[in-house]
Design a protein around this ligand. Structure first.
Ligand SMILES: [Zn+2]
Length: 333
């Protein structure tokens, strides 16, 4: 039972992504303009977009965490993210801010700390109900209370919204668009809430990533995890280490490296005159931007992989020769 449930959930991301690939050719990359407003924090620069699915042909990865803030695990996750200098997006359930008891006050503190540490904050609705069956009045009430609670905690609203379970309807899409929200889905889900260990989540990550590339041509995207489970928070370390290990291999092969990006701006497109409920086009970075980011990554990766990994390759020796350092002395420290 749970296997099928999990498979269906993982498949959701894949199906949504396939749909998005059809939109790739329809909108040129020039239509993705940069607004010059904040793309982290409460993300005003990402207001009123289309629906972000995470679809991308590039090895761009952005981490998102749902359902917190959880007093048991979110603080630990914030430290783990800091340790590797990764900024993520948190979709908080606003009901955690609702009351005045100790637990609620602590949740507010953690949420503000996430913002202070440079992460992006979005909403995951008030009480995590599936929204696709809600009528207009219920959606309105849900969003009004949500905005009020965010205003109370952060002094301003957020512009990003992730419907619980990705559950949407034309009413939900329309009302989110009217309030200026950008809907953020995901294309790399691991059903981590059904797992029991970080290793299991890592295993699913590898499987999903490889299947995504094989079936859709997408090589990266928006990763969904939950900061409400110990194993999910631990899985972040394993997944990040896996990405770093993959980059060592990709560098040797002369391939595009994984780029863990700090905000959702890489996946954002303007809504323009289009109707709500339309998926943003898959990400295509401008060649100059991609080349600059990859050059920086390659240099970083070269140092890291030489320090921690296998024997140096000929290209590594050539690299150190250009830096005027002997390859013997430049290895492990
Ligand atoms: Zn959720």
């Amino acid at each position: 039972m749970s296997f099928w449930f999990r498979s269906a959930y993982v498949a959701f991301g894949l199906t949504a992504s396939v749909c998005c690939l059809f939109a790739i050719v329809a909108v040129s990359q020039d239509e993705q303009s940069y607004r010059g407003e904040e793309t982290t924090g409460l993300a005003s620069g990402l207001a009123n977009g289309l629906i972000i699915s995470g679809a991308t042909a590039h090895r761009i990865i952005h981490f998102t965490f749902d359902d917190g803030p959880d007093p048991r695990f979110t603080p630990m996750l914030l430290d783990k993210l800091d340790a590797v200098s990764v900024k993520a997006t948190f979709f908080f359930s606003a009901s955690r801010f609702r009351g005045q008891d100790k637990r609620n006050r602590y949740a507010v503190e953690i949420a503000r700390e996430a913002l202070r540490r440079g992460h992006t904050i979005g909403s995951h609705s008030v009480d995590h109900k599936r929204m696709f069956r809600m009528d207009q009045q219920s959606v309105r009430e849900q969003l009004e209370e949500n905005d009020e609670l965010f205003q109370r905690v952060f002094g301003r609203r957020t512009w990003l919204f992730r419907p619980p379970h990705g559950s949407r309807s034309p009413i939900v899409d329309k009302m989110l668009a009217e309030r200026g929200y950008t809907t953020v889905l995901w294309n790399i889900g691991m059903a981590d809430w059904l797992s029991t260990s970080a290793q299991e989540v890592l295993h699913t990550w590898k499987r999903v990533l490889e299947r995504l590339e094989r079936e859709t041509g997408q090589r990266g995207g928006v990763v969904l995890l939950h900061d409400t489970h110990a194993w999910s928070v631990d899985a972040f370390d394993l997944i990040y280490a896996d990405i770093m290990k993959r980059n060592c291999r990709l560098l040797e092969q002369g391939e595009e490296l994984y780029d863990v990006v700090n905000d959702l701006g890489f996946f954002f497109a303007e809504r323009g005159q289009t109707q709500p409920g339309i998926f943003a086009p898959a990400v295509f970075l401008k060649p100059a931007i991609l080349a600059a980011r990859q050059a920086h990554l390659r240099e970083d990766t070269r140092y890291r992989c030489v320090e921690t990994d296998s024997p140096q390759t000929t290209s590594d020796q050539a690299f150190y020769a250009t830096k005027g350092v002997s390859s013997e002395s430049s290895g492990r420290m």
